[in-house]
Design a protein around this ligand. Sequence first.
Ligand code: C2E
Ligand code: CA
Ligand code: CA
Ligand code: CA
Length: 275
Amino acid sequence: AKESGRGTTRIFDAAMSQKVCARQDLKRDLAFALEKGELRLVYQPIRDLGSGRIATAEALLRWRHPEKGEVSPVDFIPLAEETGLINAIGEWVLEAACRQAAHWPADVSVAINISPVQFRSDTFPMKVAAALARSRLAPARLELEITESVLLADSEHNMRILHDLKAIGVRISLDDFGTGYSSLSYLRLFPFSKLKLDRCFVSDIGRSAQSEAIVRAVADMGHALSMMTTAEGVETSGQLDWLRANGWSQAQGYLIGRPAEADVFGALVAPSGLR
Ligand code: C2E
Ligand code: CA
Ligand code: CA
Ligand code: CA
């Protein structure tokens, strides 16, 4: 028993250290990914259910690693947050998304994801204002998506940052709504422009009466609080019909469109496009 115990430990250690090494490798490579031009943004269309038009695109980071191929943001964003590199990457995202969106019709906005780490910097609102000025993008066409974890930590500081951003005229969305511990309490703290319901609820439509009751109630609440409501992860026309019938203002998901390269999304919303 002792022998196998030790053997197990050794295998476990080897697997662990391999994992740690892979993380260290990725961390090191990520430091150069920006300057080597390995990062890019793809744009996922978000449909307005009232007008039926594409109203927004969510900018999503992609990293094409020279050896490993495409690395998911789920894997490299946490590393960037640990190393602080997320500040430089986040600034690049902000600049690139504004520059891109400035070429789209004026009724199409762009949404970017903001890491809680970016909020620690007092200069973040200034950087947003500078990116808007440089790209000449109207502030109302930029949406910043944050999760409740932003408000969880040092809420007083972060609240001030949020209000500074609102004063600039950008819109703030509460992302992944429903997945945290206290989503509801955050709605009292700050007047969000939009809430985005996590896709785990959407996938339950047609399967769980309980989930449907929640999704219906969230739309009603959003409406009562003058917020736009976006349902994420819409994959079937059944889900889309249900969401439209139950008062949701926007839908995002593979049914509407997969994240697309910048030129492809640009063509989609161009005056001659198929929007
Ligand atoms: P998120 O903000 O919740 O973004 C939505 C994710 O859902 C994206 O994954 C998108 O590709 C995926 N998705 C969209 N529609 C569907 C669908 O119908 N079905 C399914 N199964 N998935 C769908 P992605 O691109 O892998 O991004 C994952 C997460 O990485 C994002 O989640 C966000 O938290 C983070 N992320 C991405 N880009 C950035 C960025 O520029 N900055 C920061 N800080 N985080 C980012
Ligand atoms: Ca998001
Ligand atoms: Ca989300
Ligand atoms: Ca998420």
